[in-house]
Design a protein around this ligand. Structure first.
Ligand SMILES: Cc1ncc(COP(=O)(O)O)c(C=O)c1O
Length: 439
């Protein structure tokens, strides 16, 4: 597959979250990918240092996923998910429930992380409504990313994702983020910043506990450039939520499926939320799919409230639990289990941590943060904040490595199938690229 400028105009496609004008002058097309490597349209080899967009821990084009989707779609290419269903959706929900923490055994399928977040918001509203409670505030956090639908944008704590979109949900209150400049370039959970969980107590004092529906957090901030929770922070949020009947939601769209140790961050940090959102690695990135796992009594409260014989939750997507996506999800979870990929990620973590933190000595590197198989390498900004990150991501691609930047943060998230040599190649190419930046 080659780029053919006569038949493939670059103009019509409005590329998401991209510098379209720059991209169209200097396009970077991926035309093929296998395992940890991709091929660009000029025939160059590019190592994937971000597992696509943190979705593909088992590598690109895994043959077992391709076979499973192909086989499933010989029988079914679509089944209406409203009032009919198919066996693959039940099988995948069962597999997901096996991985989620005890008590979170009900799974609603969506097509993306953004839809998972908006679905979680609506399930929470339906739950409190069913209980006759008027909890109308949602708590989020600065630096948060919860996708791009209106609910997720309302929860967002990233200014660029908000400023052009003035009409968002009312009733959202933000806690402070947990980053401080007291401990820089320290791996894992830091000991500063946990006191910011007390912001939730202040919000409770200010608005009244009985008005607060839920708190949404990414257990590890992802799109802000990898921000692990300070020691004790998630535990404190859990305790405050319990004290006031507030639901705790972990947005595990990036952290789910082995990225930070344990199947979910909830396991890695030993804190169980009431609701978890997920997507990305659910299908190893091969098919669009997300999910929301909820505590059993939340499901029961909503369903029991409805009149027998009537629809209980007026929510769902045409493609919820699509047969192809379910087949991809089942195959992906089987691969993670059979190839021991979560364990492999944990074994590789110390090597990865050391490699990525070696970049901390570079004069352009402001901070390095890491947890499990994800890390943020934050550069000092240039004159216009954000531009250095865009330029670095482009230069890095032409140096043969893909890493997703947000702002000045390189988010390094190698595939779990990566060997040590792959980690060295990713970190080496990132260093070479940073070396070439004019300070
Ligand atoms: C924590 C979190 N929530 C939600 C989303 C949105 O997911 P999607 O891009 O699949 O809509 C993302 C995407 O990166 C994410 O990191």
């Amino acid at each position: 597959m080659a780029l053919d400028a006569k038949t493939n105009s670059l103009e019509e496609f409005w590329i998401p979250f991209t510098d379209n004008r720059g991209f169209k002058k200097d396009p970077r097309l991926v035309v093929e990918a296998r395992g940890v490597y991709m091929t660009d349209h000029k025939g160059g080899t590019v190592i994937d240092g971000s597992s696509g967009l943190f979705c593909s821990p088992a590598g690109h084009c895994h043959p077992k996923i391709i076979e499973a989707v192909h086989a499933a779609m010989q029988d079914l290419t679509f089944v209406s998910p409203f009032s009919t269903a198919h066996p693959l959706a039940f099988a995948l929900a069962e597999e997901v429930a096996r991985l989620t923490p005890e008590g979170l055994n009900h799974v609603f399928f969506t097509n993306s992380g953004s839809e998972s977040v908006d679905t979680a918001l609506k399930i929470i509203m339906a739950y409190h409504t069913a209980r006759g409670e008027n909890r109308r505030h949602f708590v989020s956090r600065e630096k948060a990313y919860h996708g791009v639908n209106i609910g997720g944008v309302s929860l967002s704590g990233l200014v660029n994702n908000r400023r052009a979109f003035p009409v968002t949900m009312p009733g959202i209150v933000h806690m402070r983020h947990t980053w401080t400049d007291e401990e820089l370039k320290v791996p894992g959970q830091r000991s500063t910043g946990a006191d910011r969980a007390e912001d939730l107590e202040r919000i409770v004092a200010n608005y009244g506990a009985e008005t607060i529906a839920a708190v949404f957090v990414e257990p590890v901030g992802g799109s802000c450039g990898t921000l692990p929770p300070p020691k004790g922070y998630l535990e404190r949020l859990r305790a405050i939520c319990d004290a006031h009947g507030i639901l705790l939601v972990f947005d595990e769209v990036i952290t789910g499926f082995g990225r930070v140790g344990g199947p979910f961050a909830a396991d890695a940090f030993g804190v169980t939320p009431d609701i978890m959102t997920m997507a990305k690695a659910l299908t190893n990135g091969s098919m669009p799919m997300g999910a929301v796992a909820v505590r059993d009594d939340i499901y029961e409260t909503v369903t029991d409230k409805a009149a027998m014989g009537g629809i209980e939750l007026f929510h769902g997507y045409t493609y919820s639990g699509h047969p192809g996506a379910c087949a991809a999800g089942l195959a992906s979870l089987a691969i993670y289990r059979e190839e021991g990929l979560f364990e492999r990620a944990e074994e590789m973590t110390p090597y990865f941590r050391e490699a990525v933190h070696s970049l901390g000595d570079h004069p352009l590197v402001k901070d390095v943060r890491s947890i499990g198989m994800m890390a943020g390498v934050e550069l000092y900004p240039g004159e216009v904040p954000g531009l250095r990150g865009v330029a670095a991501q482009t230069a890095l691609f032409w140096n043969g490595c893909h890493i997703k930047f947000t702002g000045e943060n390189a988010i390094v998230a190698p595939m779990f199938i990566s060997e040590r040599a792959h980690i060295d190649e990713i970190v080496g190419k990132l260093r070479d690229t940073i070396d070439a930046i004019e300070a």
